[in-house]
Design a protein around this ligand. Structure first.
Ligand code: COA
Ligand code: ZN
Length: 326
């Protein structure tokens, strides 16, 4: 491949980035991030050009104490036109809270793996589907959009291979008529050829349905999986500022793919993410202080590809010595 074809691979194709750091990220943190800091973080993210922000989750505060302030955060953020503000909803109690807080899009959650669904949501998958059918009806009455996230779609840390993923998609797309489906790689078990096959199969069957891919970088395959999905027709990804994140009820879970790393890579390749990378990097830079620890983002440490370093202090002397030898 020559240099020009590498540069133009993306050819301005639009890729939508959806921030999940304030949900998938903060749910995994031991320390409670103060409500006003969460609101300020969402407001900063809103200004970067992200397509969608998963602001919080309306789950049991006993299950996820870190997000017990979901209503207040959702109510008090500044809504920027064009940005979709979503929240994770597991049951009808969560739907009532989401409606109350004026959530644009409900992200219904269930796992493609029975073991993970029981561990995470304390229901069988059949019970989840019944509860989420009610949530879907409530969301529609309230005029909110509906997306469903299928956890463990590429493998389960307790069961191994997971089958029947497209059958669950069919139930949500064809029976419930959801706007979008997110295939989640909850513990980083996905690999590029598997991702390409599932993405292509979904796209071929439901070309009108919004498809999101949600990867965790647990085994270092996150960016490779994103690129494989794009080649197979995907144009929408969840990612987390700083690369934080993980499901506390999935053993071995670790951070999501990192938003600023994905945007940096896609920018270089000529894709159009609509995101102002410096604003994103600036927001990510506040995370270590906010969370009290370092974050996985390699880009925060290394800087962008063309953030150059100064020459060595004795560079002129080195050059003069080298020239004198010729
Ligand atoms: N929001 C707030 N409170 C909720 C709630 C919700 N969506 N759903 C249930 N509750 C409360 C109930 O009111 C009840 O409260 P009480 O003990 O004070 O009476 C309590 O939680 C138990 O309710 P129950 O319906 O029996 O739930 P459960 O204990 O079987 O748990 C879930 C089921 C789905 C609520 C819980 O497992 C959960 O929230 N899981 C989400 C985990 C998660 O977010 N994982 C990471 C994202 S993938
Ligand atoms: Zn996740």
């Amino acid at each position: 491949m020559n240099m020009m074809s590498t540069l133009w691979q993306g050819a301005g194709r639009r890729i939508h980035l959806q921030e999940v750091g304030t949900r998938d990220g903060l749910q995994a943190e031991a320390a409670f991030v103060p409500t006003e800091d969460k609101i300020a973080l969402v407001n900063a993210l809103s200004r970067t050009g992200l397509a969608k922000i998963e602001v919080t989750s309306f789950v049991s505060p006993k299950a996820i104490p870190a997000l017990r302030d979901g209503e207040q955060v959702m109510r008090e953020i500044e809504r920027r036109p064009g940005v979709v503000y979503s929240a994770l909803v597991p049951n009808t109690r969560g739907a009532e809270r989401a409606i109350d807080a004026r959530t644009d899009e409900f992200n219904l959650v269930m796992s493609a793996s029975e073991s993970h669904n029981l561990s995470n949501l304390r229901m069988t998958r059949a019970q989840s589907f019944a509860a989420l059918s009610e949530v879907n009806a409530l969301a529609r009455q309230a005029g909110a959009a509906v997306n469903v996230s299928l956890s463990c779609a590429f493998g389960c840390p307790m069961e191994g291979e997971v089958t029947g993923v497209l059958d669950w998609c069919a139930r949500y797309v064809e029976e419930l008529g959801v706007r979008g489906v997110t295939l989640c790689d909850t513990t980083g078990m996905a690999f590029p050829t598997q991702v390409a096959a599932l993405t292509a199969a979904f796209r071929a069957r439901w070309p009108q349905t919004e498809l999101t891919l949600h990867f965790h970088n647990t085994r270092g395959l996150g960016l490779a999986n994103v690129l494989a999905a794009i080649d197979a027709g995907a144009d929408r990804f969840d990612a987390s500022l700083g690369g934080i994140g993980g499901c506390p009820y999935a053993p071995g879970a670790s951070g999501n793919v990192c938003t600023e790393e994905i945007v940096h890579a896609l920018d270089l390749m000529g894709y159009d993410t609509g995101i102002e990378l410096p604003l994103l990097i600036d927001a990510a830079g506040h995370l270590p202080v906010l969370l009290g620890h370092d974050v996985p983002s390699q880009l925060l440490k290394a800087g962008r590809r063309l953030d150059l370093h100064p020459l060595p202090a004795d560079f002129e002397a080195i050059r003069e010595r080298a020239m004198a030898r010729t």
